[in-house]
Design a protein around this ligand. Structure first.
Ligand SMILES: *Cc1c(COP(=O)(O)O)cnc(C)c1O
Length: 396
């Protein structure tokens, strides 16, 4: 049995997306900038895709820009708000310690360019409070960027409350909604969101397609990619029509089935959490309530997350320790460290991220193999040995 439980890293393309994309390769292959019939057929596809995102997010199609992915959308959102702020002499940005690296590394670059960044601490719950944002606001704040849901621990942030705080203060608010999209309702008007990023491959669309919403009259977009006049001159390059069409079809599909998918995934997630909680000296990272329907993130004391992943893979389970972007390095996850976990505990982390394609049988399989692997790794772990002999204190 092979179980794919790494849907926060990427997802399989849905049937709906495949069906929409296929004719775009050999039938509607035109360049939407061409004035002839084949080009205009592609332009029509592009326009429909834009309308789909606008309708689902509750905005105007002209407020939607297609990018090469979530990272580019994040980069462009932050750079645009920073540039607009700098023009008014405002160079302070508020964000959080557990953002995706697409945000944190862009902020790091902006710091080098003279911006000042305040990164909010993460409470033990994994949920930021709107008051933290309110307290950090300054007269020279030009942007607040807080993710909608965290990619490692799945905790859901009070986006509407933070949006209200920012709107009242007249400060543009961006949210990286990559992990929330398709799982949680998103209404940019009701939530007072000014800038928002999505990535198609996290909701059963193709890789390499992102969406940037920018509220008209708030922050004018500045280019990250220069060239032709595509995307109202704000993002150059011939549009990825198959990808964009697939992204729209995937988004429509997940939004149409959001409630039923969430109910199914939540039931699977809760069984997984209950089962894994029985392993001694384990802890669920981030609170259980305000959590994405498919996210399970545990630390097991005394073991290395990487070894756990390799042995799980041998048993057919595809999981992750922290995020795909940080595995491969032996540094523990910045998200778990921000939660206040000590290095040695943060090392033993396991993220299982489900989709609506997972089945109860797959959850059974994960619960069957994981306790044995954890016990085996503890048997051969010098750290566990010290814990057992009382030379080191248990933390969890
Ligand atoms: C995956 C992810 C991104 C990056 O999106 P790409 O399309 O892979 O560039 C950004 N933010 C979050 C929260 C993500 O999970």
């Amino acid at each position: 049995m092979r179980v794919y439980a790494d849907n926060a890293a990427t997802t399989a393309v849905s049937d709906a997306a495949m069906a929409a994309m296929t004719p775009c390769f050999q039938e509607f292959y035109g360049n939407p900038s061409s004035l002839h019939t084949i080009g205009q057929q592609a332009a029509e596809k592009l326009s429909l895709a834009r309308q789909t995102f606008a309708a689902q997010l509750n905005c105007d199609p002209a407020e939607i820009t297609f990018t090469s992915g979530g990272s580019e959308a994040d980069n462009q959102a932050l750079r645009s708000a920073a540039a607009a702020g700098a023009r008014k002499g405002k160079k302070h940005i508020i964000s959080t310690k557990f953002e995706h690296h697409a945000i944190l590394h862009t902020l790091g670059q902006l710091e080098k360019e003279g911006f000042e960044v305040t990164l909010l601490d993460i409470p033990k719950s994994g949920v930021i409070e709107a008051e933290q944002v309110e307290k950090a606001l300054r007269p020279d704040t030009c942007l607040v960027t807080v993710m909608f849901a965290n990619n490692e621990i799945g905790t859901i942030q009070p986006i509407a409350e933070i949006g209200a705080v920012c709107r009242a203060a007249g400060v543009p608010f961006h949210t990286d909604a990559v992990q929330a999209a398709g799982h949680l309702p998103i209404d940019v008007k009701a939530m007072n969101i000014d800038l928002l990023s999505l990535s198609a491959h996290k909701f059963h669309g193709p890789k390499g397609v992102g969406v940037l919403y920018a509220r008209r009259g708030c922050v004018p977009l500045t280019n990250v990619i220069f060239g032709g006049a595509q995307e109202r001159g704000k993002r150059a390059g011939t549009e990825n029509i198959p990808g964009i069409v697939g992204a729209a079809a995937a988004f429509d599909d997940v939004c149409a089935h959001m409630a039923e998918n969430a109910a199914k995934m939540t039931a699977l997630r809760d069984r997984l959490i209950d089962g894994l909680s029985k392993i001694p000296h384990s802890v669920l990272n981030g609170e259980r309530e305000r959590r994405l329907p498919g996210n399970v993130n545990f630390c097991f004391e005394g073991i290395e997350g990487e070894s756990l992943l390799l042995l799980l893979d041998q048993k057919g389970v595809c999981a992750s320790s922290g995020s795909a972007c940080t595995s491969g390095s032996l540094d523990p996850s910045h998200v778990l460290l921000a939660l206040g976990l000590p290095h040695e505990v943060a090392h033993g982390s396991l993220r299982l991220s489900l989709s609506e394609y997972n089945t109860p049988e797959e959850i059974d399989h994960i619960l069957e193999v994981t306790p044995g692997i954890v016990a085996y790794l503890r048997d051969i772990s010098p750290v566990w040995d010290e814990l057992e002999r009382g030379e080191r204190k248990h933390i969890i």
